[in-house]
Design a protein around this ligand. Structure first.
Ligand SMILES: Nc1nc2c(ncn2[C@@H]2O[C@H](COP(=O)(O)OP(=O)(O)O)[C@@H](O)[C@H]2O)c(=O)[nH]1
Ligand SMILES: [Mg+2]
Length: 508
């Protein structure tokens, strides 16, 4: 019992804000009630309940060998609950039950001394306070004896309002058909079969059902032995609370339904795509490629042409300044615009929807909150993560330098050839050697061809460099997504799994 209460306690905590508030509140109330009830001793509180005139007070008198309970001929007489203790009065218990009409009688049957019998007010009474009293006490008693009579045993109101809700407590319910003396043996048989049928429909098919007569004494000994047994077992209070726990666990089960998997990989990949797009990764990758080409051509191209590129800025420098201090706001960044924020929100919602498919609404909402708890900071977090990512833009490959040296050798040849020709034009020394022309033509053709070839190589290298940068950028995005979106969602799924495990333990 204690472990079940502890389990319920954990369940209330784990499911708080994820199941209807009313359920949390009732479960917490049940825990408080159980603590209190268990502290109040092992006496069993048995309530005689039923419609006005069914004979509750008469049965109370018969069982207590007294005439303490007022018996009404036509009008209901019980307006206040009466407690009969078959042993020393447990004052705290009756105080807790808030029952003030108290009597003590000796126990004639062994076992009865552990019993407190409550004669409940009539529930179909015109006085509303009586109905409230029944509704109140129904929550507190350990064992119910529902008294029906041949005239009104099938009364739909009684079955609907009281007996059907008690189905979850069938372990602590006994039904008696009083006034059996009024029926012929055949009539009684018929009535009992019919009643059994109705009880089955109420979900109380297997509760003990007795035919008794308070007036003639029929079935009373059997009822008394049954009650004494309950008293001896001293377990009715626990059984009642246990049934309450099972009932509330059923409600938790409904409120925590749904498959609990993990966050699907494809949903994570889709989220990463959305985050990457919102943070401008594709643009950055293009910029890396362009910057690569820019620097490559600048370094390895034919010098007379490639120097023009110096006039253009490096495409990457414009997009991602390398010195980003934490917390720095850059309004112009694509990650902060409304479009990219909308992209983030859509991505988060898609992930939450995938992860919470088939879940009860409270949990689906919780998954939604978990996915978007850091949504506001995501643009900055992504920006910071991307700013720290190495784009490979600082290291120029060695072969660029080799090609550059070659280009300069060719340039040197060009200059030598030009100088030579210039001297020839000035006529110093007279010469008509073809060597300067060869030098000139060779260095120009060689430089241009080499420039074109290295341009091709640079472009191919640029694509590879861009791919590597993209990999690193997406890794950085993925890390932010994992820490600020996927992990909180996974935490929620773990919580639901834990809740379902606890519910499973309670319903076992
Ligand atoms: N014939 C017969 N009448 C009974 C029996 N039990 C109670 N009554 C009568 O039914 C009426 C209502 O009884 P009461 O005990 O006041 O019912 P309560 O309203 O449920 O407390 C009274 O007139 C009783 O005499 C019984 O077993 N047989
Ligand atoms: Mg009465």
């Amino acid at each position: 019992m204690l472990t079940r209460l502890e389990t319920l306690d954990q369940l209330v905590e784990v499911t708080q804000h994820r199941v209807p508030e009313d359920l949390t509140r009732r479960a917490a109330k049940l825990l408080a009630r159980a603590d209190r009830r268990l502290a109040l001793g092992e006496q069993t509180v048995v309530a005689l309940a039923g419609a006005t005139g069914s004979g509750k007070s008469s049965l109370t008198n018969v069982l207590s060998r007294s005439d303490i309970a007022g018996v009404g001929v036509r009008r209901p007489t019980t307006s206040q609950t009466l407690a009969i203790s078959f042993g020393p009065t447990n004052k705290e218990l009756l105080d807790w039950l808030d029952v003030h009409r108290r009597h003590e009688v000796p126990a004639v049957t062994p076992g009865l001394e552990n019993l407190v019998l409550l004669d409940l007010p009539d529930h179909d009474s015109a006085t509303f306070s009586n109905r409230d009293e029944v509704d109140r006490l129904v929550q507190f008693v350990d064992q119910f004896v529902w008294v029906l009579d041949p005239e009104k045993y099938a009364d739909a109101a009684v079955h609907h309002r009281y007996l059907q809700p008690l189905a979850r407590h069938r372990d602590v319910v006994t039904v008696v058909l009083n006034k059996a003396d009024r029926l012929s043996p055949d009539g009684l048989y018929e009535c009992m079969s019919d009643l059994r049928r109705i009880l089955k429909m109420d979900g109380l098919g297997d509760v003990p059902l007795l035919a008794v007569s308070a007036r003639e004494g029929m079935g009373i000994a059997e009822l008394e032995t049954g009650l004494a047994d309950v008293g001896v077992r001293k377990s009715a209070a626990r059984a009642r609370l246990s049934a309450d726990i099972t009932a509330v666990a059923d409600e938790f089960e409904a409120a925590c339904r749904g498959e609990v998997g993990s966050v699907p990989d494809c949903a994570v990949a889709a989220l990463d795509d959305a985050l990457a797009a919102s943070a401008g990764v594709p643009e950055a990758v293009t910029a890396v490629e362009r910057s690569f080409i820019h620097r490559g051509v600048l370094t390895t191209g034919w010098p007379p042409v490639s120097w023009i590129r110096r006039l253009r800025p490096d495409p990457l420098k414009a997009l991602l300044p390398s010195d980003v201090t934490p917390g720095e706001e850059r309004l112009a960044h694509p990650g902060n615009g409304p479009v990219s924020r909308a992209r983030i929100r859509t991505g988060l919602r898609a992930l939450a929807d995938r992860a919470s498919q088939g879940m009860a609404p409270g949990w689906a909402d919780a998954v939604g909150w978990a996915s978007s708890q850091d949504a506001e900071q995501l643009p900055q977090l992504l920006e910071r993560a991307l700013a720290k990512t190495d784009l490979g833009a600082d290291e120029n490959p060695v072969w660029w330098r080799v090609l550059r040296s070659l280009q300069w050798v060719l340039m040197a040849a060009l200059i030598v050839g030009l100088g030579w020709l210039l001297l020839g034009f000035l006529g110093l020394p007279p010469n008509n050697s073809p060597v300067p022309w060869l030098l000139l033509a060779g260095s120009i053709v060689g430089g241009v061809v080499l420039g074109l070839c290295s341009g091709l190589l640079v472009r191919r290298g640029a694509r590879a460099g861009a791919r590597a940068a993209e990999r690193r950028l997406r890794q950085a995005v993925s890390k932010v997504g994992a820490a600020h979106v996927v992990e909180p969602v996974a935490e929620e799924l773990r919580r639901l799994r834990e809740a379902r495990e606890l519910i499973g333990r309670l319903r076992k």
